[in-house]
Write a protein that binds this ligand. Structure first.
Ligand code: HEC
Ligand code: HEC
Length: 385
């Protein structure tokens, strides 16, 4: 139980005996909740550099990456680019699944790439531990771009890219071994994706103003009162959607209906991530040797099946109004539907793999609280660059 719930429960017990239970609610925010609110606002435009990618932050890499991102000729069918599934304002698609080469469907909903530089893990199940290595997955996946090092290498060796590639990586594309070439293409793509930023949302200004109101003792009069109170207290959203990214960057099983191939969650990918030829501890990474391997090993040894089976990464809520449909399945069409899902305490046992986390319980929200929560989610849309 969180400290708030413990204290509230004690208060209800104490006052319950006197028949005063309904008047026991503590004023919002209490000291701990005020601290939580202070940690929520203002996401920086750019996090620190990715030490495993030596071209991260270089203008030349960002420019090359931007061209590659939009280039369908990197795919086997010649028409599917990264932008095919990560386009429009939300840098995603508006359908539950996306289409790759030959009209084949992806297994999951494409996440937005907005603010992706702030993530620690990639893919809904965390099977990529760096942004540059993630790019190898869609490039080579048969349902996505269906490509390989040879096809990608042939494009990079063409006059369109040769010189740029050489200037950045110090070798000609045709001199490069296949995995190294794919890793370098991933590093340029990552440099570009790290510029896809959308921060400074009305939410940030609202939270700042609300904190000032709380300090002045007028929190209840602030227009953001009900939304923030529901997000922080009754809804417990902040337990997982925390910090300025509005994600703990961890994996939880919240009971989203899914019994398909990709339903195993993070538990299913841990072993393959450890031995993956492109992980951050591999020779293709530019990180100092050792530290990344230790980090990955720790992840594996500390993993608990009961917690990670059917567990998916907490997505950021920033810009969430631009990225419907929702969840790793794309199975929830609107934010109203998402709020109803949480209000019901997540999905019914048997419709998903593994065990739902204890934090997800029925919420008993009023219609006004549900509406305030949806409005709050909509206020998280940042300003385009
Ligand atoms: C056919 C559609 C499709 C194409 C093409 C595609 N993606 Fe994706 N992308 C997806 C899907 C679906 C996921 C989620 C997969 C999963 O979690 O299992 C995803 C996930 C990602 C993620 C992880 C984001 C996160 O928050 O975890 C990144 C980054 C990404 N794609 C970048 C790229 C890049 C770069 C390319 C081009 C090389 C690309 N994608 C091509 C559909 C696509
Ligand atoms: C126990 C941690 C946890 C709590 C508590 C929690 N979430 Fe989530 N949230 C997640 C995870 C994990 C996902 C992705 C689940 C999946 O796809 O299987 C998610 C997904 C979402 C999404 C979909 C985002 C997208 O891009 O698809 C929204 C919106 C959302 N949560 C809002 C909320 C709100 C509002 C609350 C409070 C009522 C809340 N969450 C409470 C962990 C949590």
């Amino acid at each position: 139980m969180t400290p708030y719930r413990l204290r509230a429960a004690a208060l209800v017990l104490a006052l319950g005996g006197l028949g005063l239970a309904c008047e026991s609610e503590e004023a919002f925010p209490n000291i701990d909740e005020l601290d939580e609110l202070r940690s929520l606002h203002t996401l920086s435009r750019q996090p620190s550099k990715d030490g495993t990618n030596r071209v991260d932050g270089l203008a030349a890499a960002e420019a090359l990456g931007a061209r590659l991102f939009n280039d369908g000729t990197l795919s086997r069918c010649g028409t599917v680019s990264c932008a095919s599934c990560h386009g429009g304002e939300g840098l995603t698609v508006d359908t539950a699944k996306a289409e790759g080469c030959g009209g084949r469907q992806t297994a999951r909903n494409p996440p937005t790439l907005l603010n992706v530089a702030h993530s620690r893990w990639f893919m809904w199940d965390g099977r990529a531990d760096r942004l540059w290595s993630q790019a190898v997955l869609p490039l080579t996946h048969p349902d996505e771009m269906d490509s390989d090092a040879q096809l990608v290498g042939a494009q990079l060796a063409s006059a369109r890219y040769r010189n740029e590639y050489h200037a950045l990586f110090g070798k000609w594309p045709e001199e490069e071994a296949g995995p190294a070439l794919l890793a370098n293409v991933g590093k340029a793509l990552a440099a570009h994706q790290r510029t896809l930023v959308r921060v400074d949302a009305p939410f940030d200004a609202d939270v700042k103003r609300f904190i000032a109101a709380a300090e002045a003792g007028t929190a209840e009069k602030d227009p953001a009162y009900l939304g923030l109170k529901t997000f922080v207290r009754k809804g417990q959203c902040i337990v997982c959607h925390k910090s300025p990214t509005l994600s703990d960057d961890l994996f939880h099983n919240i009971g989203v209906e899914d019994t398909g191939d990709g339903s195993g969650g993070q538990w299913a990918i841990l072993d393959s991530l450890l031995s993956w030829e492109f992980n951050a501890a591999s020779p293709l990474s530019d990180a100092p040797a050792g530290t990344e391997a230790i980090r990955l090993q720790t992840l594996r040894t500390q993993a608990k099946q009961a917690e990670l089976e059917g567990a998916f990464r907490t997505p950021s809520l920033r810009n969430v109004a631009l990225t419907a449909p929702y969840m790793h399945t794309g199975g929830q069409a609107t934010l109203e539907e998402v709020v109803d899902f949480y209000n019901d305490g997540g999905g019914t046992a048997g419709t998903f793999v593994g065990r739902k986390t204890d934090t997800i319980v029925a919420l008993d929200l009023s219609d006004a609280e549900k509406r305030a929560l949806v409005d709050l989610l909509k206020s998280m849309t940042g300003t385009p660059r």
